[in-house]
Ligand binder design. Structure first.
Ligand code: C5P
Length: 273
């Protein structure tokens, strides 16, 4: 049995540049892995099976873990079947990349289980075929991501980052948020300048997400009133990362402490900030 950490990510800044002819959007975003993580257990078994501690998550072909298993087996066939068990901690529909991370961890784990035949660049290529955010999880923990999110440039975080995540009970669907995005209403910020100006946090997707889910506007204000210096949505929401303050317990809000995570060795280990 192989046991692996499957970390969440934050988008420290998120710029949406343009809509593309293939339906995706060109983005530029600083991605950061964090220590809030799921655990994934892979073992040989009589039949392929995916199980999950969260009963609301479908374990069928729509699960990105299942897509990762399918693509890995088609590219690197192996004898036998596997059971993949997911211990979920990362909230879903949060913009924290939990599903994408689970898919990347599955690719990594299957390659370990079946004799390390795929190179990192082959794993990253399979990752990009599963979803735009999946390749990031083969980075060392911080990356400036462009294209639809799959083109990675390493970035050195000058100092470790820590704070709190705040997640309301409701979530948002990523495709819907992109559909609601109007490029012409976004501030024309230069993402390279944002990268050079680190720490500089913002998220273009707040505008369409707030339009789709107006409860996010008072939600964000409530977090600011608690005294946090920065309250920024991650990805397509609905989780926010909050810096420079401490949370007050409020009904309907889940808080999670987080710290930036660096890959230690070949894959992520718990708590390597
Ligand atoms: O790549 P992924 O399958 O995770 O994307 C889910 C959906 O989000 C896409 O089908 C697309 O509608 C939208 N998307 C986008 N631009 C991106 C990434 C995702 O429009 N850069």
């Amino acid at each position: 049995m192989i046991q692996l950490v499957s970390p969440a990510k934050l988008n420290l800044f998120f710029r949406v540049l343009r809509k593309r002819a293939d339906g995706y959007h060109d983005i530029a975003s600083l991605f950061q892995a964090i220590d809030l993580s799921d655990r994934l257990f892979l073992s040989w078994s009589d039949q392929d099976q995916i199980t999950c501690t969260d009963p609301t998550i479908p374990c069928d072909a729509s699960n990105l873990v299942s897509k990762a298993l399918k693509i890995f087996r088609s590219r690197f066939p192996f004898d036998g079947c596997v059971t993949i068990h997911l211990e979920k901690k990362i909230p879903i529909q949060a913009g924290l990349g939990g599903g994408s991370s689970n898919a990347a961890t599955t690719l990594w784990g299957l390659n370990e289980l079946t004799g390390q035949r795929a190179s990192i660049s082959q794993l990253t290529e399979m990752a990009a075929a599963i979803g735009s955010d999946v390749p990031f999880f083969f980075s060392s923990g911080t990356a400036y991501c462009t294209g639809r999110g799959e083109i990675l440039e390493p970035f050195d975080l000058p100092t470790p980052l820590s704070g709190w995540l705040a997640k309301p009970t409701y979530g948002l669907s990523t495709p819907l948020v992109y559909k609601e995005t109007r490029i012409e209403e976004l501030p024309p910020r230069d993402p390279r300048k944002a990268l050079n100006a680190y720490p500089y946090f913002f998220n273009d997707l707040e505008i369409p997400s707030f339009r789709l889910e107006p409860r996010l506007i008072p939600f964000r204000l409530e977090l600011l009133k608690m005294g946090f210096e920065q309250v920024i949505m991650t990805g397509s929401g609905t989780a926010f990362f909050c810096l420079g303050g401490e949370p007050n317990p409020v009904e309907g809000v889940s808080f999670y402490p987080f710290a930036s995570l660096k890959r230690s060795g070949f894959w992520y280990s718990p708590g390597s900030a």
